[in-house]
Design a protein around this ligand. Structure first.
Ligand SMILES: *[C@@H]1O[C@H](CO)[C@@H](O)[C@H](O)[C@H]1NC(C)=O
Ligand SMILES: *[C@@H]1O[C@H](CO)[C@@H](O)[C@H](O)[C@H]1NC(C)=O
Ligand SMILES: *[C@@H]1O[C@H](CO)[C@@H](O)[C@H](O)[C@H]1NC(C)=O
Ligand SMILES: *[C@@H]1O[C@H](CO)[C@@H](O)[C@H](O)[C@H]1NC(C)=O
Ligand SMILES: *[C@@H]1O[C@H](CO)[C@@H](O)[C@H](O)[C@H]1NC(C)=O
Length: 692
């Protein structure tokens, strides 16, 4: 990569294409949807109500970390970039307004909230950056050629699963985390590879790397990046684990191999002197690996401990309904259901059709017995994971010729092998390497893709170490998808290599194979593009987002609530009633749902049913008050009850009675501006009527 120029680098092109895929005027200028209110507009750190330094004491939603209400999501880096974005947007808004005033036209821009366009643009550019970095990282894992880089980069950049992360302003943490992860990896891999190359190519020369280069590239930059990654999003904590796994698989391949090097069992080889020095060197590399791993582990522990201390005394309080699989009491149900969710993620990676921002509650059935046919898929997953894991312990069973020498897969030597194969092919058509399809180097690539780049970044979302507050969300496989892209690229690379090395007798078939793979990839990218665009546009508006969500996952109560609510805002009451009906009863989910449903019923002139449900809801609130707990705080229940009273007032015909109910609503929650507004309006109306 000596003459690295911009437009010749595959990473530049993949990044550009990834950015263009999301460049859509509707999507870029959409509304703040859903959580953006909490994370941006009403986040006290971001909207400037408190000093920016508070970002280091508050969680992602602007709540003090040490309080029980806090979600314990400490992401100051993400919060600060949102804050910078907010200032930029405000500045832009002011400029536009002053220009409008200057031109003496009425200001048309939406007052209050700054425009979203700069938030979206930054997210899209960050995604382009991640895609570029992914492309740059590929040659350290796969054989170094432009084709595999382009395949990985394009698959990653265009994958529709990523639309949620890129289009959801609040998900910026994922993007930042991935960037720091990849920078750490590039620094580490680059330094390691340079060391290894100088060791093999000129073992005796003094052209080794300087110690400070190694200190910087292996220990310092990755550590800093890992810390930044962790403080962008919790999943960044596993960054250094990925690096160690890569290091291990690339240079040692399996535990057995590493142990052999360590113990330095002398084989009875004929050439004595060279093998001895080789053995000694192997032992040194193995010991260095152990040392490196220990240091990186200590670094990880230090940062993770610091992060843990920041949580304060209390631990996050997740609602069980958000992750029924992880919180399932029965051990078998838990194991199978959690792993079934992994299977669903794999399905999404391969066939990204069922994409939806919400999979909470009853969206996914738990696997309660082994007789459930889905348990087969889980067992298959376990079997494959175990197989792959086993090869990391003892290695694969290959013919001895390839397994020992292929250990060192350098960029240069690999390119040389590639070229060499081509030359050989020209000379003698029958020279075919017997293990071109499956050999040790391939096994290592596959294991690396699975464990270092799919599993490790996913570890903290996997419910294995800690139970998380969500059952399934597209955003958690943002970075792990890199591993899947690598796997697909490995497969396609094999088709390509196969087409180059097969015998003449099957010339036709090999061409067929090559073009089939080619067209499959093109088709896939084409479909991805379309779906990504569709998802991206869906995110521009709340109603559209929840409409799409409801189409994919109509079982989630949360989706029903949001879709019904959005419909009622647009005064599409008949549709809203159908959507909300299953959750209208306060005992199904919560009394707040009943409020929205009752208002819809009121607008449909069905007050009888509404009043019935409201009475139930008041009962439920009473019960909840008795129950207590962090979810049933007084302020929360008061707000709900106040809203319910407002709904009741709407359905009360008697004017005096209505006034009394409205008064009660304001009394219970004097901060409920909605109730206050209605009450004052009502008073005014009464006064007018008296005057008449
Ligand atoms: C910032 O957020 C707080 C808390 O939600 C809110 O009370 C305040 O009005 C917001 N400020 C602005 C300028 O939007
Ligand atoms: C003011 O309005 C006129 C047309 O009404 C337009 O040509 C001009 O560009 C505007 N000026 C600015 C600064 O936007
Ligand atoms: C500017 O606006 C004022 C009222 O807001 C109006 O009286 C005046 O005619 C406008 N000037 C021009 C040049 O449009
Ligand atoms: C957007 O992302 C945030 C943070 O990752 C997440 O909490 C939220 O649920 C997402 N929004 C939707 C609608 O899924
Ligand atoms: C390795 O493969 C050979 C055949 O290729 C087989 O005979 C041998 O039993 C295998 N060894 C192990 C440990 O699986």
């Amino acid at each position: 990569m000596s003459s690295w120029s911009f437009w010749k680098a595959p990473s530049f092109w993949t990044a550009l294409i990834a950015i263009l895929a999301y460049w859509d005027a509707r999507a870029l200028t959409g509304d703040f949807v859903y959580d953006d209110a909490g994370s941006v507009v009403k986040n006290v750190v971001v909207n400037g109500s408190v000093d920016w330094k508070e970002a280091f004491q508050r969680d992602f939603w602007g709540v003090e970390m040490t309080t029980a209400q806090s979600h314990k999501s400490f992401r100051p880096i993400t919060t600060l970039t949102l804050k910078a974005n907010y200032l930029l947007a405000q500045w832009y808004q002011q400029k536009q307004q002053s220009r409008d005033n200057h031109n003496n036209s009425s200001s048309t821009s939406n007052k209050g909230h700054p425009p979203t366009v700069s938030f979206h643009v930054v997210n899209v550019i960050l995604h382009g950056l991640v895609t570029g970095l992914v492309t740059r990282a590929t040659p350290y894992i796969l054989p170094n050629n432009v084709v595999s880089q382009l395949i990985v980069g394009l698959l990653f950049g265009l994958h529709p699963v990523h639309a949620e992360v890129v289009s959801n302003i609040t998900s910026r943490g994922e993007l930042l985390m991935s960037i720091f992860f990849l920078v750490a990896f590039l620094s580490f891999a680059n330094t390691r590879q340079a060391t290894e190359e100088s060791l093999h190519l000129h073992p005796l020369s003094s052209q080794r790397q300087r110690w400070w280069q190694r200190l910087l590239g292996i220990y310092t930059i990755p550590w800093i990046c890992m810390t930044l990654s962790l403080f962008s999003k919790e999943q960044g904590a596993t960054t250094l684990i990925s690096l160690v796994l890569w290091d291990f698989l690339k240079y040692h391949g399996n535990v057995w191999n590493l142990l052999q090097k360590l113990i330095q069992k002398k084989k009875h080889d004929s050439t004595t002197t060279t093998t001895t020095s080789q053995h000694q060197q192997d032992a040194v590399t193995a010991r260095q690996f152990i040392l490196r791993t220990t240091i990186l582990a200590i670094q990880t522990l230090l940062v993770v401990t610091l992060r843990y201390i920041l949580n304060g005394e209390t631990s996050p309080d997740f609602i069980e309904a958000q992750n029924p699989a992880g919180f399932a009491k029965d051990r078998l149900t838990r194991a199978f259901s959690v792993c079934w969710v992994y299977c669903l993620y794999i399905r999404d990676a391969l066939w990204p059709y069922y994409l939806c921002p919400d999979w909470s509650g009853v969206s996914i059935d738990l696997i309660r017995s082994i007789k459930d046919p889905r348990a087969m898929a889980v067992v298959a997953l376990w079997y494959m994971a175990a197989q792959s894991f086993w090869t990391m312990v003892v290695g694969g069973n290959f013919s001895s010729s390839s397994s020992t020498s292929a250990a060192f897969v350098s960029t240069k030597s690999d390119a040389a092998v590639d070229a060499g194969q081509k030359k050989k092919k020209k000379k003698n058509e029958l020279t075919v390497s017997p293990d071109w399809w499956w050999n040790d180097a391939t096994l290592r690539q596959v294991n690396m893709s699975i464990w270092a780049f799919a599993f490790s970044p996913f570890l903290l979302s996997s419910n294995i170490l800690v139970v998380v507050g969500l059952m399934k969300a597209d955003r958690v496989i943002y970075l792990p998808l890199f591993g899947f892209c690598l796997l697909e690229a490995t497969l396609l690379e094999k088709f390509r290599a196969g087409a180059l090395t097969m015998r003449t007798s099957i010339e036709n078939r090999k061409e067929l194979l090559f073009w089939a793979a080619h067209f499959f990839l093109m088709f896939q990218l084409f479909v991805f593009c379309g779906r990504t665009h569709e998802r991206n546009v869906a995110w521009s508006e709340s109603l559209r987002l929840w409409e799409a969500a409801y189409a994919i996952n109509p079982r989630s109560h949360h989706t029903m609530y949001n879709y019904g609510y959005e419909l009622s805002l647009k005064q599409r009451y008949t549709e809203a009633e159908i959507v909300l009906r299953p959750i209208g009863d306060p005992r199904v989910e919560s009394p707040s749902n009943t409020f929205v449903y009752a208002m819809v019923l009121f607008n449909l002139q069905r007050c009888n049913r509404a009043l019935q449900l409201l009475d139930d809801a008041f009962e439920v609130i009473k019960e909840k008050r008795k129950e207590g707990g962090p979810r049933n705080t007084d302020s929360h229940l008061n707000r709900t009850e106040s809203n319910l009273l407002v709904a009741k007032a709407h359905c009360t015909d008697d004017l005096q009675e209505r006034g009394r109910v409205l008064y009660q609503a304001v009394e219970i929650d004097p901060t409920n501006e909605y109730a206050i507004g209605l009450a004052t309006e009502f008073m005014k109306k009464l006064e007018q009527m008296n005057l008449l």
